[in-house]
Design a binder for this molecule. Sequence first.
Ligand code: NAP
Length: 324
Amino acid sequence: MNTKHISQTLGTRQKGKINPPQEAECRYALITGASQGLGRCYALELARLGFNTLLVALPGSGLREVAAESRSLGVESIPFETDLCDEKALSALCRHINARYSLCMIINNAGTGGTKLFTTCPPDYLDHILSLNVRVPVLLIRYLLPNLRHAPQGFILNVASMAAFSPVGFKTVYPASKRFILQFSLGLREELRGTGISVSAVAPGPMKTNAEITRRIERQGAFGKLGLLSPEQVAHLSLQGLFRRKAVILPGWSNHINRLLLSLIPTALLVPLISRVIAREINAPAIHRKAVCKPRPAPWWKIGAWASEGTTLLQSLQELSVIS
Ligand SMILES: NC(=O)c1ccc[n+]([C@@H]2O[C@H](COP(=O)([O-])OP(=O)(O)OC[C@H]3O[C@@H](n4cnc5c(N)ncnc54)[C@H](OP(=O)(O)O)[C@@H]3O)[C@@H](O)[C@H]2O)c1
């Protein structure tokens, strides 16, 4: 780690600044999915902070250019073009890293999603989401943890999503996979308490990271704008939260509000509501309006708590054209 860069930010605790710990030893931060989108932003932000980086993405994806850009910022940066979903390649990569590099950070960013009808989507599509979003981060941490434990202070950041806070029709496995990441991170954080390794999960809202995701966000209308941030903003805010050792990082005030709304709206109302918006992405058959606007009556003991909030939130969502 380049201590010159770090000393400029140490001890300031100013709003907006990132305060990484000071370490004399030269260690590496590993970032998966670093060729583009949020992962690229993590790579460059960490390079600006003086961290050496190990970058992973699929072959021929522009990863070498990100490594070159990082090196131009004065740090070491090594690209590894590997398919993380290939279990042999994943374990070989981890063996190589453990033999040659000392880690201080793992960022599990590579992830994938999509919007399709569960009943007609190819099983491989589901398998790929489960593999990259669930299996890869778990195994990567398991293989690399012995290495990270040697660092005086170690950091693990797992990229979840705001989707982790509600089931969603037409996405089905994606929000469930991100919920898994959230729960897994909190459990591992507890298990590693007192070891010097801090585990955090970040739950970004929508980010226009590539053409396909941008198209999907735009088809959601006003809903897609809720909590929308640039990947640069999300990378900056998540590293800030990571070094403050936060358990769950919600980037930006709008995502704090969204999280609150998601916890206030009864599931019976929320899931059809969000699913109806998401259905627009694929022109799926509309969900029955009755299911959206007239959820089953709450049991009498919950009516007071739910109904008044639910109605107000419903009205504000209607204003935002979430319900057409
Ligand atoms: N974008 C959003 O709206 C949003 C919202 C909430 C959470 N997130 C989460 O944020 C993370 C980053 O999202 P993003 O939008 O920046 O994604 P992205 O632009 O699609 O980039 C994904 C990265 O993962 C890499 N990758 C994909 N499959 C891989 C594999 N099998 N092995 C190795 N690397 C692989 C890609 O490499 P290649 O370039 O080689 O394909 C790319 O670098 C994901 O976990 C996502 O679920 C995204």
